[in-house]
Design a protein around this ligand. Structure first.
Ligand code: C2O
Length: 556
């Protein structure tokens, strides 16, 4: 009898597991991602693009806090593929994190891999994207994490929720764009359009079908789950005649505040609520780049519209003026308004004592290159180390003690200090290496990220895998350890924009064993080497140790 019951129970588990995505309440959500080539005529593109399930942006993953998500990824394209679940903490499940050659070897053409992870202690919007080559340009989508059943939002429940994915679009094949740039040793071409849910709105003489439309009713609230999936550009987001109330960033609730412009860097997510109190009409949504350094960006504005039901087709769309490209003040006032909610229910557990105090410079450099155009190559670095991608995944090397893949001598501070934001040094050359910084389990870390003016100062959205961190301070010029900590503030996130010619201080607790990538989320800077990894050693016993690798983990 007992064994019959066991069989029935086992059968039910399987049944639930495989039918779950269609059910409202379940603990395991299964998805299947077919990575395929998809034809598109969007924006004059004649060549097919790489997508998941033929969709651009890709499918949204919907789950609740504490659910386990499995995603079976099948690679039908000619490229190596891996998928990263950006912002998901991956407690002890680094094998499912996704950055190619950091936590896994990529899934080769024809290969399959099942990512399995649990959404612990997070709720809000995150996203997923390819984490190899430049494939994330078209391989990305939203992750919506709803609160646990019966747990309300800490703000009035909106009438409706909408995912808004911002992207960048190239007419040419993005792999060709970056390969060409790498051959020359120079910056890649900027994109040809920005997109809002896959649509740029009317641009040049390409397909102009009016852009994405958000259909609304009057006197309702809509929560926009905004994701910046662009490769290389920070973006402003603005809607004509509507204010935005920001309630969450990077799947962490914030103290609600109202703004007419949102700044969002590649990698970041922002939930903002609009109330439709305007006259029945059409209102323009504008997405435009933010760049306050002399660096080329695509200066086109993508447009969408908010359409009230009952608006006459003949009504003219109410326009909105995006901030100028170099609107540092607009950017700063948005960033300064962000504060963690820090309530009894959602406390900000910022480390108050520091075990490892790190100071990392982030910026560009120039190295010799015989085959490049000027005999030199633009590179990027952290503490003057241009990271070299290994050919064995770092997590494997760490877990199985394979020597010769990385060294754990990543410098905790620059080896040759200079005036980072002052007069340019004579020598722009960097060192190369696959270096990591090792942390014992549960160590507390303060990391000051200092932008440098080498070649040009520029804002860098830095993303840390495996953790949320607390942004405790930011400023312009060089960080001053005696004076700056007094002005420390607090917001929790997974990606932070280090201001142009300035610094940002973050703190985190290394309570997640594994190998965790940290890099600039401007894809061009990742390609150039603005990246490194932390190795967090196991603590005591299995609950503080990396789980064993799954049997289908791809091989290099
Ligand atoms: Cu969203 Cu390592 O990236």
């Amino acid at each position: 009898m007992a064994s019959t019951w066991l069989q029935v129970a086992a059968f039910m588990v399987v049944l639930v597991a495989w039918t779950c995505p269609t059910l409202v309440e379940c603990r395991i959500r299964n998805y299947k991602f077919n990575v395929v080539m998809t034809n598109t005529t969007r924006l004059c593109k004649s060549k097919p693009i790489v997508t998941v399930n033929g969709r651009f942006p890709g499918p949204t993953i919907i789950a609740r806090e504490d659910d386990t998500v499995t995603v079976k990824v099948v690679n039908h394209v000619k490229y190596n593929v891996s998928i990263h679940w950006h912002g998901v903490r991956q407690l002890r499940t680094g094998w499912a994190d996704g950055p190619a050659y950091i936590t896994q070897c990529p899934i080769q053409p024809g290969g399959t891999y099942v990512y399995k992870f649990t959404l612990t202690g997070q709720r809000g919007t995150l996203w997923w994207h390819a984490h190899v080559l430049w494939l994330r340009a078209t391989v990305h989508g939203a992750i919506v994490i709803l609160p646990k059943v019966g747990v309300p939002y800490p703000f009035p429940k909106p009438n409706k929720e909408v995912v808004v994915v911002l992207g960048e679009w190239w007419k040419s094949d993005t792999e060709a764009v970056i390969n060409q740039a790498q051959k020359l040793g120079q910056a890649p071409n900027v994109s040809d359009a920005h997109t809002i849910n896959g649509n740029p709105g009317p641009v040049g003489n390409c397909l102009a079908n009016g852009g994405y439309k958000l259909q609304v009713d009057q006197e309702k609230t809509y929560m926009l789950r905004i994701i910046n999936a662009a490769l290389n550009e920070e973006l402003f987001f603005k809607i004509a005649n509507h204010k935005l109330t920001v309630v969450e960033v990077d799947a962490v609730y914030v103290k609600p505040f109202t703004t007419d412009t949102i700044l969002i860097a590649p990698g970041q997510t922002t939930n903002a609520i609009i109330t439709t109190t305007q006259k029945a009409g059409k209102y323009l949504v504008a997405v435009s780049p933010f760049m306050d350094a002399p660096i080329a960006v695509n200066n086109l504005t993508a447009t969408a519209s908010v359409h009230y039901s009952g608006a006459l087709t003949s009504t003219a769309t109410k326009l909105v003026t995006p901030p100028p490209q170099n609107a540092t003040l607009v950017a700063n006032s948005f960033v300064n308004a962000l504060k963690s909610l820090n309530s009894v229910m959602y406390p900000a557990k910022v480390p108050l004592t520091i075990d490892h105090s790190l100071f990392f410079t982030i910026g560009l450099g120039v190295n010799p290159c015989k085959t490049c155009v000027n005999g030199s190559r633009v590179v990027a670095d952290i503490n003057n180390v241009t990271f070299v991608m290994p050919t064995t995944a770092l997590l494997q090397a760490h877990y199985f003690n394979i020597s010769g893949v990385f060294t754990d001598d990543f410098p905790s501070k620059p080896l040759m200090p200079y005036n980072y934001t002052g007069t340019q040094p004579k020598n722009f050359a960097t060192n190369k290496g696959t270096k990591v910084y090792r942390l014992p389990y549960n160590a507390t870390v303060q990391l000051v990220l200092q932008d440098t003016g080498m070649i040009a100062a520029e804002s860098h959205p830095v993303h840390l895998h495996g953790f949320n961190f607390f942004v405790v301070g930011r400023g312009l010029g060089n960080f001053n350890p005696n004076k700056d900590p007094k002005g420390y503030n607090l917001v929790e996130r997974n990606t932070v924009g280090v201001p142009t010619g300035g610094w940002t201080a973050i703190r985190f607790r290394a309570d997640n064993p594994g190998v965790w990538f940290m890099h600039c989320h401007l894809e061009v800077h990742t390609t150039w080497g603005l990246k490194m990894a932390f190795v967090v050693d196991n603590g005591q016993g299995p609950l503080e140790s990396v789980i064993p690798p799954p049997s289908d983990l791809p091989k290099c």
